[in-house]
Design a protein around this ligand. Structure first.
Ligand code: AMP
Length: 399
């Protein structure tokens, strides 16, 4: 594997797997959130500045049966050109085949070509070797900058790497940033290391919790998943979210934590509601004594205080999952308070990484994205990384 910043791309055609899976307006196909495109611009610019040319490949949406208008990457061309300072971005109506081959071959230094959606071919997700080989022939160097799909062994994210020698395959800047931040947290030498895990379901977070038991000093559990833990301990949780088939697992996690000396913090109190709705009547309650007919939809004031105290004393922080139903105003307070505490700890020198779809949405929504050390772009990939899995997109480059 070659290091991106050390590589001189002069005269080379760099084939970059990017994550341009951006949301588009259903009617106009206008891009409604361009963060993923913006993230990759420095990678593209470095190559162009070196005197190389760039061929971009990505998936967009979930096309089921070949090409479809709503998943065409052609909708991104104009905006990509603007993000690159107005340079002309060429487009190939297919990611393989004659047009792609001709346009790639004709690219001159400083030029950019965007290929049509990779997932218009079923072979992409199947990790088909022949398809990967065809893609590989378009460029001289392979750069993987798509952390969001690094947990998939697809043709363009992993299989393709075998068609490039070690010094012609590398991570781009997004991928480098993601991997080094994740490594920094996972192998946290700076203790205390606090992991904040929230969101709806325990079942989605069991593997990450188990892996973190080996690494963290403190684990804060908030969000809907906290009530399964309370119920496992014999608490009354009313109509709160609960996974009855995970009660034993929750108990086991609490016992393992105790044995390992990892401190698990559950929210002592909750903001409770009489229905799951923005206009619900609300009250407060101890989280292990929620009346029937009521449900916990956010952490309460005592929990906010305890959690903030733990977070502010931490040196390494990982945050995955909101503390409550932050999409509704009445249940935002817990998540906002935790975001404030993470920002404060960061200001005081802690390294903080926010990863996973909804906590990222929350820090963006509340304006905290630039007050934490790193915001990961890869939800599923980040989660699998912290579960201790080897991500195929990373392994393929490292091999
Ligand atoms: P996840 O994708 O597992 O991280 O879950 C995120 C979702 O969990 C968000 O949509 C939140 O609204 C939801 N959530 C957080 N806390 C609760 C709660 N106490 N009850 C129900 N849903 C919750």
């Amino acid at each position: 594997m070659s290091k991106f910043s050390d590589h001189n791309f002069a005269g080379q055609k760099a084939l970059i797997r990017v994550d341009f899976n951006v949301p588009l307006d259903k009617q106009t196909f206008a891009i409604t959130d361009d963060n993923r495109m913006r993230a990759t611009i420095p990678t593209i610019q470095k190559i162009l500045k070196d005197g190389g040319s760039v061929i971009l490949m990505s998936h967009l949406g979930r096309p089921k049966d070949g090409p479809e208008e709503k998943s065409s990457l052609k909708h991104l061309v104009k905006h990509l050109s603007e993000l690159l300072g107005g340079i002309n971005v060429q487009f190939a109506n297919d990611c393989i085949g004659e047009e792609a081959v001709e346009k790639a071959a004709a690219l001159k230094p400083g030029e950019v070509l965007l290929l049509e959606n990779l997932r218009f071919y079923k072979q992409e997700e199947k990790g088909d070797e022949a398809f990967a080989e065809k893609l590989s022939q378009l460029g001289d160097v392979y750069v993987n900058d798509a952390f969001g799909t690094a947990h998939r062994a697809h043709a363009s994210t992993a299989v393709i790497a075998k068609f490039f020698p070690g010094d012609k395959k590398m991570f781009g800047l997004v991928m480098e940033g993601e991997v080094s931040s994740a490594e920094k947290v996972l192998h946290a030498n700076e203790k205390p290391f606090t992991a904040i895990i929230g969101g709806a379901k325990v079942s989605d977070k069991i593997l990450i919790l188990e892996n973190l038991l080996e690494r963290a000093t403190d684990i804060i559990i908030g969000g809907g998943m906290a009530y399964t833990f309370y119920k496992a301990e014999g608490g009354q949780i009313g109509n709160s979210l609960c996974e009855n088939d995970r009660l034993d697992k929750a108990k086991e996690i609490l016992e393992k934590a105790m044995a390992k000396g990892v401190c698990i913090h559950l929210p002592n109190d909750s903001i409770i509601a009489d229905k799951f709705a923005a206009d619900a009547n609300i009250s407060t309650s101890l989280s292990n004594n929620i009346p029937d007919g009521w449900m916990g939809l956010d952490i309460g004031e005592m929990a906010c205080e305890t959690f903030s105290h733990v977070i502010k004393n931490s040196k390494t922080i990982l945050w995955n999952g909101p503390m409550g139903v932050f999409e509704m105003e009445k249940f935002q307070h817990g998540t906002k308070t935790i975001a404030t505490a993470v920002a404060k700890a960061t200001e005081n020198g802690a390294f903080s990484l926010v990863g996973g779809g909804d906590s990222v949405a929350a820090v963006n929504q509340f304006g905290f994205a630039d007050k934490v050390s790193y915001v990961s772009t890869g939800g599923g990939a980040m989660l699998e990384y912290f579960e201790g899995k080897v991500l195929p997109g990373i392994a393929a480059i490292n091999e």
